[in-house]
Write a protein that binds this ligand. Structure first.
Ligand code: ATP
Ligand code: AMP
Ligand code: MG
Length: 198
């Protein structure tokens, strides 16, 4: 069985990490070897190790050149982890990052070149649901979420699809859109796990 790499993306609060965790649990139940690596975790760890600890939701507020340096370092670490893995790998990350100065691509060509994805996954749901999830996480103090007006969320969803198509052309990997409506995380995880069968 060939080992596969799926890069899972989606706008903040859409439920990527939730769906990835469900997928990991489902894979374990079924005896499918799969692990999830979170790009943001690796960036946070790099910042900590360099003596500049930063909350994960502050990374996107750093100046662009610093974000690009940490992004490249994180990609190199993840590439090593992928190379040494004997199981399927999911990378939990972002197609775009809304920074203080525009949309930064989460997967510029040099990152795609080292991660070598077989699938590019976009997790999506309605902007109204994403807004509600961000508001809930902010109120719970779990995340420092950007709560945005509906038009801005629609723009993020639309722009993510455009950037996904560019990544698909660069890599030859298909874009797989998986819906994560309210209460639908298990169904979404089933759809994600399907990519690793056969
Ligand atoms: P980020 O990009 O900021 O890491 P994310 O896409 O990983 O965000 P999660 O942290 O997984 O998003 O989920 C955001 C919130 O939405 C959480 O409170 C989570 O419990 C909730 N959530 C995720 N999926 C669903 C779902 N299908 N139904 C209801 N709530 C959900
Ligand atoms: P997350 O927990 O997925 O929101 O990740 C935390 C933060 O890490 C994000 O808000 C981004 O600032 C950063 N991040 C994650 N993936 C990437 C990436 N591929 N390129 C640049 N920054 C990223
Ligand atoms: Mg997450």
């Amino acid at each position: 069985m060939a080992r596969k790499v799926a890069i899972v993306t989606g706008i903040p609060g859409v439920g990527k990490t939730t769906v990835c965790k469900e997928t990991e649990a489902l894979a374990a139940q079924e005896g499918i070897k799969l692990k999830v690596l979170n790009f943001g975790d690796v960036m946070v760890e790099i910042m900590e190790r360099s003596g500049r600890p930063l909350h994960r939701d502050r990374l996107r507020k750093m100046d662009i050149s610093s974000q690009k340096v940490i992004q490249a370092q994180a990609a190199a670490k993840l590439a090593k982890a992928i190379e040494s893995a004997d199981e399927h790998v999911i990378i939990d990350t972002h197609m775009i990052i809304r920074t203080g100065t525009g949309y930064l691509p989460g997967l510029p060509k040099h990152v795609l070149d080292v991660l070598k994805p077989d699938f590019l996954v976009l997790i999506e749901t309605d902007p109204e649901e994403i807004a509600a999830r961000r508001t809930k996480d902010l109120a719970a103090g779990e995340r420092l979420r950007d709560v945005r007006v509906m038009e801005e969320l629609k723009e993020e969803l639309e722009f993510s699809r455009m950037v996904a198509s560019a990544c698909s052309v660069l890599t030859g990997a298909p874009v797989v859109i998986i819906k994560n409506p309210t209460g639908g995380q298990k169904e979404a995880a089933k759809a994600l796990l399907e990519l690793f069968r056969g």
